[in-house]
Design a binder for this molecule. Structure first.
Ligand code: GLU
Length: 615
């Protein structure tokens, strides 16, 4: 296999193919159960791969939250795989090394640019509610909303997983490789294990209490009753079996086969520790069999000379990112100033005002319901009307009212009403890939919270999602229609925002991030950072973030604790300190064959960017 120069360093430091090989001495110490062992012998390779946050070159590029995930993607590109092949392989690998964020038991959104046709298409692999769900499914007999955490850690929160179906659809439409081939690295990682780092250890600690409610989960992640220490090896032979099952029997095993039977059994009657009872779920074999990915048109808006494509409903991501960018453009028009000439504090004020307004509209109008006014919400005319509330010197009081995307716009500035705010989560993973043919993929996938429902399917090693808690349990505001209430076969509203930006029909930038509802603000900031503020893609991914989702405004330390935060407070912003917002990945196309891939340098321990042929 050809080994590019810069990656050679990774190989010799324990990367590339060797990255997936745990030394025999370490394997030999493995117990026979689906658990882990303390690390013995030489360090398992793959975990000394340097975390390179930015890399430029050709032949294809990959950015993920994890060096092993990125390396798996690069390996597939080197073997002649397409961006879709590499994205699926990397996603599956992330499901093995970051199993609390995504995996077989979850769902996600896959956005693809085809260099041959110039077309941007999407795959909606969102989890789906059982056919028996109804509007009051998360309410107590007295009509009040059920306790949120009780629902999270239960069968009731589990939607039909859409991730394996997304992988199959992506390969069928855009791939050259089989599921059998691209899931092999993930199977190997799950079997051989990975070295636990501080982030994984802390994530396990944070979830230890709820993981201990489910013996199949505790057996893997709390062997002997406690998280594996930093430096220990986390193995999951049951997950390896699940990947092998998908490789050899295809996704039918989940939708109509024995893996699916195990899922249904567990959701309907979760296996809990002695003395623990949790609500049962309603998912049936018929729900699993009926699952289909959807292929909806992407959202689109033009913004300062580029075309921004994103994910439509049931995600609110594409719509809200579009509206934020359109509002920023309207503010330019109203003030006669460009985003590029603003001070950092002025820019963050503009951005924060735009995102608060976009969230007001998102909360009021977007969900998995018929008639979402996507074209209006993403139109410049609607943003121009909405922007009459903008004051360059003073923050609007939160929550700001939602607008009227009715197609009749003027400057009357009549707010249409106000609704309360839904809750935000903060999990998920996102990855971006380009290939030597110029295809582009951005893929965000999740099991909702870190650790999902907390329920591992016994014998299959993967965590089930708690995606159905993304529905609003009860209408947010009495008298105001809520598009995100539960319903039969409905998909909960998402914030995931995999985004592809074209210029003159050619790839310019692709980006995505985890982070619950902050995904929308993170992705919009990365896009505006590159397009409007002139940042390099690495700097845009690393830049300090603010996230106003129409309630309290979250700000990272370099904003919150500096003169920038002080300037914002003078304008009336009420900031809340949030040390980490998002964990972005992005790729900037410098030419049809040259890319800069970028991942986080610091947040959550840093991500990993690589190219096939470094420049
Ligand atoms: N469930 C969330 C969504 O779809 C993603 C999970 C998270 O990042 O909190 O928006």
């Amino acid at each position: 296999m050809r080994t590019p120069t810069a990656l050679l360093a990774l190989v010799t430091a324990g990367g590339a193919v060797a990255a997936l090989t745990i030394p025999a001495t370490a394997v030999a110490t493995s117990t026979t159960s689906a658990t882990s062992t303390p690390r013995t012998g030489p360090p398992p390779v793959g975990h000394d791969i340097p975390k390179v946050p930015v890399m430029t070159g050709g032949g294809g590029a990959v950015a993920t939250v994890d060096p092993i995930g990125t390396q798996v993607g690069i390996d597939i590109l080197e073997k002649g795989g397409t961006a879709a092949d590499a994205a699926v392989a990397a996603a599956a690998a992330i499901g093995a090394v970051e199993p609390y964020s995504s995996g077989i038991g979850g769902g996600g959104f896959f956005v693809h640019y085809d260099a041959e046709t110039g077309e941007v298409t999407t795959i909606d692999g969102r989890e789906t509610a059982p056919a028996t769900f109804h509007e009051r499914v998360f309410r107590n007999p007295d009509g009040s909303a059920m306790d949120f955490d009780t629902v999270v850690n239960s069968g009731l929160s589990v939607g039909v997983p859409g991730t394996p179906a997304t992988w199959a659809a992506a390969l069928e439409r855009h791939g050259r490789m089989s599921l059998n081939k691209v899931l092999k690295p993930a199977e190997d990682i799950a079997r051989k294990g990975f070295v636990v780092d501080e982030v994984f250890h802390q994530d396990t600690l944070d979830n230890a209490e709820r993981f201990s409610m489910f013996p199949a989960t505790a057996e893997i992640y709390l062997p002997g009753g406690a998280p594996i220490p930093v430096g220990g090896v986390q193995r999951n032979p049951d997950l390896a079996k699940a990947y092998r099952e998908l490789r050899t029997h295809g996704i039918a095993s989940l939708h109509t086969g024995r893996m699916g039977q195990a899922v249904v059994k567990e959701v309907q009657n979760p296996t809990t520790a002695t003395g623990v009872t949790v609500p049962r779920g309603q998912l049936t074999a018929a729900d699993l069999a009926a699952y289909k990915v959807n292929h909806k048109a992407p959202t689109h808006t033009e913004h300062n000379g580029v075309d921004v494509y994103g994910m439509g409903t049931p995600s609110s991501g594409g719509i809200a990112v579009s509206e934020i960018l359109n509002l920023l453009e309207s503010f330019e028009e109203r003030t006669g100033r460009t985003i590029g000439e603003l001070s950092e504090a002025e820019y963050l004020h503009w951005f924060s005002e735009a995102s608060a307004m976009a969230f007001a509209d998102r909360n009021r109008y977007v969900g998995d319901v018929p008639g979402v006014p996507t074209a209006e919400l993403t139109s410049q005319q609607f943003a121009d009307e909405r922007s009459c509330l903008f004051d360059p010197d003073t923050a609007q009081a939160r929550p700001v009212p939602f607008g009227s995307p009715d197609g009749a716009y003027d400057d009357s500035c009549q707010p249409a009403g106000t609704s309360a705010l839904p809750r935000d989560g903060q999990s998920t993973t996102s990855l971006t890939v380009t290939d030597k043919w110029g295809d582009v993929v951005t893929y965000t996938l999740t099991i909702e919270q870190f650790g999902g429902s907390g329920i591992v399917v016994p014998g299959w090693g993967f965590l089930l999602n708690n995606e159905l808690t993304d529905f609003n349990f009860a209408p947010l505001t009495p008298g105001v229609p809520d598009p995100n209430l539960p319903g039969p076969g409905k998909r909960p509203r998402s914030s995931m925002s995999p985004t592809i930006v074209l210029q003159d029909g050619k790839p310019y930038l692709t980006a995505g991030s985890p982070g619950g509802a902050t995904i929308i603000t993170t992705v919009a900031q990365i896009v505006a950072g590159v397009v409007d503020r002139g940042l390099s893609v690495g700097d845009a991914v690393a830049a300090p973030r603010i996230s106003s989702r129409n309630g309290t405004e979250d700000a990272e330390t370099p904003i919150f604790a500096t003169s920038i935060g002080d300037e914002l407070r003078v304008k009336g912003h009420v900031l809340r300190h949030r040390p980490v917002i998002g964990n972005g990945t992005a790729i900037r196309s410098l030419s049809p064959t040259l890319w800069t891939a970028a991942a986080e340098p610091v947040r959550r321990g840093g991500g990993s960017a690589a190219v096939v042929n470094p420049r």
